[in-house]
Design a protein around this ligand. Structure first.
Ligand code: IMP
Ligand code: MG
Length: 442
């Protein structure tokens, strides 16, 4: 799957939290460079290694593998305080974060305290109007807004006090929240980060030119894309496949594989349309077993059935070449498992054609849910066995294979990986034959 001299994109194909972090960690063993390309520390990537839970927000999930370099591309918005903390936490655990291994693009924009304050203020004002987005409060939207305004400082501006002073002198309206203490702290971090700042776009191209394998780690999920998601209930970056190439600065045709990551069900954190959303005991059960609480904000995630209508739409927009399906173990033991196979428009009573474009249209969509028989393969993801791999006779039971086939047939994209538990060792690679991990299709 990871071709030499090319890039592979791991893209969220729901509303985020699909388990991209785990898949990136698994694939990073075969990568030379792993990059984040959009979003910021609104992301939370959870990886389980031998029973230990590791969460990263800015650092690419490849950081846990020794064989690859890791980088943050120009399209990311970086909160320097969060990055510094994450770096020291990971270094303390023994991960190699020397400048030879970890790079940040000079051009990545900086999230300032001001951006976080604006994020909160805007949410409050929208909440009063009954229209809060439910952002993570990390300043992501305002930082991207500053970038579009050409107001925001970039990572390069933190490396030398004179650069930062020059930027501030030209943008006096950005002074809010920049007390002398904050500025001193920013300059301290800037100095520490300076050796890591590089032209990551060039690095990625150079690595590929000599046959290197680049792994691009998407953040959030494409239904939260600012253009193609459920606007305005979206994040503020473009995270569809085309934009991911742009966030790193590589030619789009270098993305040889675009793997859409989904869970066997769906979750959404924050507000906005969510066809197939569950309620009551079933929702609670899936949330508890799947530990569906935000890894960034701790919020309860909303839970629903896997939405094939949205997935087919995302397969088209992103040109998905494969699907990776995660967390089917969480549904183990359910009698039936639902799949959203159509939206019915409550205004007309008819099956909707195409994707809803307006908020009004979204509100009118009622999911048509088809049920498949449930499966029951050994569950490792329970509180008693936290993260400990359990022996499995058949990771892919016949009922689950039927479910996978249904997803594939509906979406028209092959499933290449099925995760069976949180550990990096728990999962199987499925055909096509050319996937170099063995064709294990049942
Ligand atoms: P923002 O990205 O903080 O502006 O939040 C906008 C929306 O995206 C909110 O609904 C968030 O809950 C959601 N969101 C942002 N990042 C993530 C993520 O990494 N996983 C899941 N949802 C996210
Ligand atoms: Mg997450």
């Amino acid at each position: 799957m990871l071709e030499h001299g090319a890039a592979t994109l791991i893209l969220g194909a729901q509303y985020g939290d699909e388990g991209k972090g785990k898949l990136v960690d698994v694939l990073a063993e075969h990568a030379d460079l792993v990059c984040r390309v959009q979003g910021g520390n609104n992301a939370g990537h959870t990886i389980w290694v031998k029973g230990e839970k590791i969460v990263t927000h800015l650092m690419p999930s490849g950081v846990l593998r020794e064989n690859c370099e890791v980088a943050i591309g120009a399209g990311v918005v970086v909160d320097p305080f969060v990055l510094a903390e994450e770096m020291s936490g990971l270094s303390a655990k023994g991960f190699d974060l020397r400048p030879e291994r970890f790079s940040v693009d000079y051009r990545a924009h900086v999230i300032l305290p001001y951006h976080k304050a604006v994020d909160m203020q805007r949410e409050l004002s929208r909440a009063k109007a009954g229209a809060a987005i439910g952002t993570t409060g990390r300043g992501i939207g305002p930082a991207y807004a500053s970038k579009a305004y050409r107001d925001g400082p970039r990572m390069i501006d933190l490396t030398t006090p004179s650069y930062f002073d020059a930027w501030l002198a030209q943008h006096p309206h950005m002074e809010e929240g920049l007390s002398s203490d904050v500025r001193a702290a920013l300059m301290g971090i800037g100095k520490q980060l300076a050796p890591h700042l590089k032209d990551v776009a060039m690095m990625a191209c150079n690595r590929m030119a000599v046959g290197g394998r680049v792994l691009v780690e998407g953040a959030q999920g494409a239904m939260l894309d600012v253009s193609f998601g459920t606007y305005p209930y979206v994040t503020s970056s473009s995270l569809v496949a085309g934009a991911c190439a742009g966030g790193l600065g590589i030619p789009p045709w270098k993305l040889k594989n675009v793997v859409g990551v989904i869970k066997a069900y769906a979750t959404r954190v924050g507000n906005g349309p969510f066809p197939g959303e569950l309620s009551g005991a079933l929702e609670t059960r899936i949330r508890e077993v799947g530990r569906e609480f935000g890894s960034t904000t701790g919020r309860s995630r909303r839970v629903g059935w896997l939405d094939l209508v949205a997935l087919r739409y995302l397969a088209r927009v992103n040109g998905l070449t494969g699907l990776a399906i995660m967390k089917a173990d969480v549904l183990s033991g359910l009698e039936d498992v639902g799949l959203v196979t159509a939206y019915r428009d409550a205004r007309t009573g008819k099956i909707a054609e195409g994707s809803p474009m307006s908020a009004e249209a979204w509100n009118a969509m009622e999911p048509v849910v088809e049920f498949c028989p449930g499966w029951d393969f050994v569950v490792s993801d329970t509180s008693e066995t936290q993260g400990q791999p359990q022996p499995k006779d058949s990771p892919v039971s016949p009922a689950y294979a039927h479910f996978l086939k249904k997803v594939e047939d509906f979406v028209g994209v092959p499933i290449v990986y099925a995760s069976t538990g949180p550990e990096r060792t728990e999962g199987v690679w499925l055909g096509p034959e050319d996937v170099p991990f063995g064709a294990l299709r049942p």
